[in-house]
Design a protein. Structure first.
Ligand code: MG
Length: 214
């Protein structure tokens, strides 16, 4: 996380069972939105302050790719990505539903401060390698999400090609690659823990409301 983070792309609706649980249609091309770099906080066991009074805040556990070099057409995702992490794409779900109805952008629902906690980076084992293990999200020691990148609607290669061609992709960019089924709300004091390959990679405790009152 010491490395500079440039752009943060996120893929929506990239796992079929998650698309179904929210009653959405399977997209025909990758659905991309963005978060500002200010959204990132380390999942190092500390508290994460999230908005209170704006409806439900949902967790979405996701594989996060870090782009290690500038994109060129034809490059494989395995050459393009140097490290990966896991992260939570926190979402104000009620706000998102309202925005969707009135056709407004998702910024208010997705891009708020601290909306992108991130575990430490680990080496990227390649597209095949990363699918060799499931990733898990535990809430208060109970598994609430289990995902495997083999179940993605759009592959990692399709995602990086699409983003690069439309928006540009270079060193220091992050991609949140979408969440599997099992999303749900957090409450004040909830402990969230991300694990992959039998190893806990990061955790945080939710604090709803202002972080300034002590
Ligand atoms: Mg997401």
């Amino acid at each position: 996380m010491k490395q500079l983070i440039k752009n943060i792309y996120c893929v929506g609706r990239n796992y079929r069972l998650h698309v179904e649980e929210l009653g959405n249609d399977v997209p025909k091309e990758p659905m991309i939105f963005m978060k500002p770099s200010h959204a990132v906080v380390p999942m190092d066991g500390s508290k994460v302050v999230l908005p209170e009074g704006r409806g439900e805040v949902h967790y979405e556990a996701e594989l996060v790719l870090r782009i290690g070099r500038n994109y060129e057409p034809g490059i494989s995702v395995d050459d393009l990505v140097d490290v990966m992490a896991f992260g939570i794409d926190f979402t104000l779900r009620d706000v998102q539903n309202e925005l969707r109805e009135i056709g407004h952008p998702w910024t208010a629902a997705k891009a708020f401060l601290n909306s992108a906690p991130l575990t430490p980076y680990m080496a990227f084992p390649g597209t095949e390698g990363v699918a060799g293990e499931d990733f898990l999200l535990r809430k208060n020691d109970e598994i609430v999400q289990r995902g495997n990148t083999a179940n993605m609607i759009f592959s990692l290669q399709q995602i990086v090609d699409f983003i690069a061609e439309r928006y540009g992709l270079g060193e220091g960019d992050l991609i949140f690659t979408g969440t599997p089924e099992g999303v749900g709300p957090v409450a004040d004091g909830d402990k969230l823990e991300l694990a992959y390959g039998g190893r806990v990679l990061g955790s945080c405790t939710v604090q709803l409301g202002s972080g300034s009152n002590s």
